[in-house]
Design a binder for this molecule. Structure first.
Ligand SMILES: [Fe+2]
Length: 264
């Protein structure tokens, strides 16, 4: 997700390595993949194994299928260029490295052009269970598999196109809620039961269990108007999850609405 807020970097902060990386006008940087340490690759592997174990029978089939197809199960932090080459063959999307969160207009422009900005840094050991800002694990493990699904890929592009329009109209809050309750925290109904598709849940072991199995949260059928007026929390598990029936129907319907907003 995008944001313009920046926080001072502390020593040993894993983002520090990228702090002075030359930044292009679109906020992309060189991932400089060879400079990741063995400890950082090992951290990715542990995060990956832990998530895989929890997500078995919890993640939607579309997500699981693409983990293998994109070779995300290979050891170590992915090289975004190589990953992009595999992804581009499927849906034309690429993953581009950024230092951290990027401004909204830049973020929307990337999405509108089928580029997903991913944080290049990996979280510290102290942040294994809770992360304030999206790192390479959240952005790649959480978001990229579904970008290999053609319907979802079109939805993300339409979201980017609608984003710049919403920015101009001052309606960003509504669109942010759509992103939050689908792309980050969406659930999907399947014949086998509820499954996760939101990246924010996928990359959180605790919320993966909570979202599906706790009695506490509301799980409501997807309704765009209701999504747009439902506030969300950023520092705790969600109290409301929206459930879509299928990518095919939900994504296509929302794409149509976003296209209507853009022309109106
Ligand atoms: Fe995210």
């Amino acid at each position: 997700m995008s944001a313009a807020i920046e926080k001072p970097l502390i020593e040993n902060d894993p983002k520090a390595r990228f702090r002075n990386a030359p930044r292009n006008l679109d906020f992309t940087i060189d991932q400089d993949w060879r400079r990741y340490t063995a400890a950082e690759h090992d951290r990715w592997d542990r995060l990956f194994r832990r998530s895989q174990a929890i997500l078995r029978d919890r993640a939607c089939d579309e997500f699981v299928a693409m983990i293998e197809k994109l070779k995300l199960s290979e050891s170590g932090i992915p090289d975004m260029e190589q990953l992009s080459d595999r992804l581009a063959k499927l849906t034309g999307w690429r993953v581009v490295p950024v230092r951290e969160l990027v401004p909204d207009d830049i973020f929307f422009d990337h999405l509108a052009n089928r580029r997903f900005p991913a944080g290049a840094f990996i979280r510290s050991e102290a942040e294994m269970d809770y992360l304030q800002k999206p790192d390479v694990f959240h952005d790649i493990f959480g978001h990229v598999p579904l970008l290999a699904n053609p319907v979802y890929a079109d939805f993300m592009q339409a979201y980017g196109q609608g984003g710049n329009r919403a920015l101009a109209l001052g309606r960003l809050a509504n669109l942010a809620r759509l992103y939050w309750y689908t792309i980050e925290f969406g659930l999907i109904r399947t014949p086998a039961g509820l499954r996760i598709f939101g990246a924010g849940i996928m990359s959180s072991v605790g919320e993966s269990v909570f979202a599906l199995e706790s009695n506490s949260p509301n799980r409501i059928g997807f309704n765009l108007e209701r999504v747009m007026r439902t506030q969300y929390v950023i520092d705790d598990f969600q109290q409301t999850y929206f459930v879509i029936d299928s990518f095919e129907t939900c994504c296509k319907r929302v794409i149509g609405i976003l296209a209507g907003c853009m022309s109106g």
